[in-house]
Design a protein. Structure first.
Length: 493
């Protein structure tokens, strides 16, 4: 059998027919010499079968479109802050590396909210109901953490307004309904914490779009937070790769960070007690970095100020300690090597900039290529170091009592001389430690009537046999500890 010649219906289905709305008839033109396919000309809005060619249109969903002038005339309640300038109503991600203290921070926020206490040791919060979904903890661990945090409080606190659960279905399996039912039953709710996102988000599809899935994973939680005007904090992790922008370190795509109202990023180096909390969000007028300090005794984070100022102050202190320990001026490379050994991750250029700022602020002085402490502080450090060393050596050698006999000036004349810069000159034999010992022995030599007499510690003060020498000192036959006269080998030639 031969092949059937294609008719108009076959060509229409194959898409090889062209419609001409200006034609009033349907005609079939044979193919020309140029090899073009036949063209089907249609009439008006109907095809050759009389069917309507206009595509069906579904009803548009109701969308409220209003004037900007009407919006400006409306009154809205102010934003509700759980932690002032840090955590507002809406959906917020709390991100950090594993085992870095995220859960402790989240638990502290819940306790502060439920008790109307202080968050991060600094921010007074308004009391309200709180829900903590500790999905990675068991009851024993959660109880232990609660006891440790509450025992550090200065007075007993009531945590009846803090609810918890260690299990919750995923948002796609009824998890949203669980949270919404709790919000309906607690009209004074202010905070809900989900620890962690991986326990509640829907499972990924094999061929799904990563951005779309991340965005959809948090939209249901965001709708609840907006509808009930509460802060809903979801604990999440950071990726291993480092980035200049803390937001880029959040694990996942930008669908997560773009679909939430705020992001808190907690960063801490292993083995260190201080951390940095990066704060950003739609209601945050000014992004900030808070320096946090971990207290192992209270198991709590405390805000200690702006991270940049705290970091600069800490680094300045490390530089000053390095120079003071060395006892001499140090070069840029020597200072940088010492800071790296202490755990400060700083490049040589970064250290150079910090040293220049310290020189401009008179925190350090620079001579050529070396850096040293200011002259007044350097003099003080050297004197303190000399006093400590001499005191230790004299105690070991048993010479402290002899120093008392060799004192030839009263304590009132100590520090009466000044050097070129106007600083007092500390004599080795007139250090504070030795004057204290002198006073101790002098007290032992007091007479019963309260007057200071001849004896240990006062031989050169009231001994009539003492005489002046040509160099201005005094010599005498000093009494020994048992009362017998003895000769001072340093004053008698």
């Amino acid at each position: 059998m031969g092949k059937k010649a294609p008719d108009d219906n076959d060509r229409l289905k194959a898409g090889t027919l062209k419609q001409d709305p200006e034609a009033d008839t349907v005609s079939m033109t044979p193919p020309g010499r140029n090899g073009k396919r036949p063209v089907l000309e249609l009439l008006g809005e109907s095809d050759v079968f009389g069917r309507d060619r206009t595509p069906p249109r579904s009803a548009a969903p109701p969308v409220e479109i209003a004037s900007a002038a009407d919006l400006l005339a409306r009154d809205f309640p102010p934003v509700r802050w759980v932690v002032p300038d840090l955590l507002s109503e809406g959906l917020c991600l709390l991100c950090g590396s594993p085992k870095i203290g995220k859960s402790w921070l989240a638990l502290g926020l819940c306790i502060a909210t439920a008790t109307g206490g202080v968050a991060l040791g600094k921010f007074r919060v308004e009391q309200g109901d709180a829900l903590y979904l500790a999905l990675e903890d068991n009851l024993r661990r959660l109880q232990s953490r609660l006891r440790k945090v509450l025992c550090a409080e200065p007075r007993p606190v009531n945590v009846e307004r803090l609810d918890y659960s260690t299990a919750c279905p995923r948002v796609s399996d009824g998890g949203l309904l669980v949270v919404e039912d709790w919000l309906k039953a607690h009209s004074a709710a202010r905070l809900v914490v989900v620890d962690t996102l991986a326990k509640i988000r829907p499972p990924r599809r094999p061929n799904g779009n990563l951005y779309d899935e991340d965005y959809a994973a948090v939209q249901g939680l965001k709708d609840l937070a907006d509808r009930y005007q509460v802060a809903l904090v979801v604990v999440h992790h950071l990726r291993k790769a480092s980035a200049d922008d803390p937001i880029d370190q959040v694990s996942g795509s930008h669908g997560l960070t773009g679909g939430v109202d705020g992001v808190l990023v907690l960063k801490r180096e292993r083995g260190r007690a201080d951390a940095v909390l990066h704060v950003t969000g739609r209601d945050i007028e000014r992004e900030q970095e808070l320096a946090l300090q971990w207290d192992a005794r209270t198991a709590a984070w405390s805000a200690v100020g702006d991270a940049k100022e705290y970091r600069l102050t800490e680094e300045q202190g490390a530089v000053r300690r390095t120079i003071a320990t060395a006892g001499r001026a140090l070069t840029l490379r020597e200072i940088r090597d010492a800071l790296v050994e202490e755990g400060h991750d700083l490049t040589q250029n970064a250290v150079r900039l910090r040293l220049l700022r310290m020189v401009e602020g008179n925190v350090l002085r620079r001579t050529g290529k070396v850096y040293a402490l200011p002259r007044n502080e350097e003099h003080h450090e050297q004197q303190e170091h000399t006093v400590r060393c001499e005191h230790s050596e004299q105690i070991e050698q048993g010479e402290l009592e002899k120093d008392v006999h060799r004192v030839h000036r009263s304590p009132a004349t100590v520090n009466s001389e000044m050097d070129e810069s106007g600083l007092p000159i500390h004599r080795p034999l007139e250090s504070k430690a030795k004057r204290d010992v002198f006073g101790m022995f002098g007290a032992l030599a007091r007479r019963p009537d309260g007057e200071v007499g001849s004896g240990v510690g006062s031989a050169y003060l009231d001994d009539p046999s003492a005489r002046a020498t040509p160099d201005g000192s005094r010599e005498s036959k000093a009494r020994s500890l048992d009362g017998a006269p003895e000769t001072d080998p340093e004053t008698v030639q």
